[in-house]
Write a protein that binds this ligand. Structure first.
Ligand code: EPU
Length: 337
């Protein structure tokens, strides 16, 4: 167990904001987590569990306890001729998991290559990219209820997954800490190549394999998205809004080129990046906060930005999109105040 006081979170958030936490507590096992949660001081304090910090915006120093898992390990939990179920410690770097799966020829998560963050948070966030969401492969997750300290296994259904959402993100539910995730991967993978750029890029390869899909996805991501190590950012700052078909048609009359994806009966998903670009923000900077030139959905820390400054830019983007399109953008990034 590791406990630090007045600890810098600069390396624990991908915006690289130099905020401090009053306490930082990291555990390497379920037993250590259980001990931490049983502590009276911890029970009475304001706490937040983080993963790789790739989806967080700290508005200022954190006057409480930041909890972080250091539970590692990837093991085979079950295996048949057709499938394998991996048990993965929540602190494993997500992309190491993908790399491991691809190297072994197990399919399911290759489209989710190169997404920053840790395995536990990936399952909370239901990360998604290039036509695949992690929920497609989640078998179950092991958790601790932070309030009752009970252990509970959530099946995929119990996780209540939807677009960038899960049971664990619903603030009406008790906070649960994920200790292990279980992924069901296929030894005879069926590839998902529906995303335009991906299939186009794969035409350059002699054959479609897990390794080539991973490589192509990494190439697309490197082309479009800034590396958090170089330019602090948290990926897509907003989720893509889902609007009513009827309202979408009205917008399309004025903007016939608007990209969209069907999102269930009478609903359409529109790319927030496109809306933001239409409002003139792409490639612009406001003090130390930039709107990434190759993808307007990504806000970047150009150096020395504060959480408040990033939040202000996000707010002016929201206002502009709301005024021009009548659509309210919802941040995907979690604000920590
Ligand atoms: N677009 C613009 N201008 C921009 C950005 C995008 O016109 O500045 C247009 C693109 O030309 C394209 C459409 O919007 O027609 C969609 O853009 P893109 O393919 O880049 O994907 P996205 O919808 O912006 C989502 C996810 C990404 C994920 C990609 C690929 C969300 C909030 N974001 O982005 O996830 O990698 O699809 O599947 O759903 C993340 O969550 O952090 C993330 C990066």
């Amino acid at each position: 167990m590791r406990i630090e006081e007045n600890y810098s979170l600069e390396k624990h958030n991908t915006f690289h904001l130099p905020v401090k936490t009053r306490w930082f507590m990291e555990y390497v096992s379920e037993e250590e987590l259980s001990r931490i949660l049983s502590d009276e001081y911890v029970q009475e304090s304001y706490s937040l569990h983080i993963g790789g910090g790739s989806n967080l915006l700290f508005l200022h120093d954190f006057n409480g306890i930041i909890l972080h898992s250091a539970i590692k390990g990837i093991t085979i939990s079950e295996e048949t001729d057709a499938q394998v179920i991996l048990r993965i410690g929540a602190a494993e770097k997500w992309d190491d998991v993908v790399e491991y799966a691809v190297k072994n020829g197990w399919g399911g998560v290759e489209n989710l290559s190169y997404i920053p963050g840790e395995a536990g948070a990936a399952a909370i966030q239901n990360i998604g990219a290039y036509g695949v969401e992690i929920k497609n492969c989640i078998e179950k997750v092991d958790t601790y209820n932070q309030l009752t300290r009970e252990k509970r296994v959530f099946t995929r259904e119990a996780c209540e997954y939807s677009y960038r959402h899960s049971y664990f993100k619903n603030e009406h539910n008790d906070p649960h800490i994920i200790t292990y995730i279980y992924l069901r991967l296929s030894k005879k993978p069926v590839f998902t190549l529906s995303y335009g750029n991906l299939s186009t890029l794969l035409n350059e390869y002699p054959e479609i394999t897990l390794t080539n899909i991973r490589e192509a996805v990494i190439r697309i991501r490197k082309e479009k998205l800034p590396e958090p190590e170089v330019l602090g950012n948290a990926g897509s700052f907003f989720t893509n809004p889902v609007i009513l078909q009827e309202y979408f048609e009205k917008i399309r009359e004025k903007y016939p080129e608007i990209p969209f994806y069907p999102a269930g009966e009478n609903k359409v998903k529109v790319p927030a990046g496109w809306l933001i670009e239409q409002c003139g923000f792409r490639g612009k900077s406001h003090g130390s906060v930039g709107v990434y030139e190759k993808q307007a959905l990504v806000l970047v820390n150009l150096g020395g930005a504060t959480g408040d400054e990033i939040a202000l830019v996000a707010e002016s983007i929201r206002t502009a999109v709301s005024e021009q399109f009548g659509i309210d953008l919802i941040p995907e990034v979690k604000y920590v105040g």
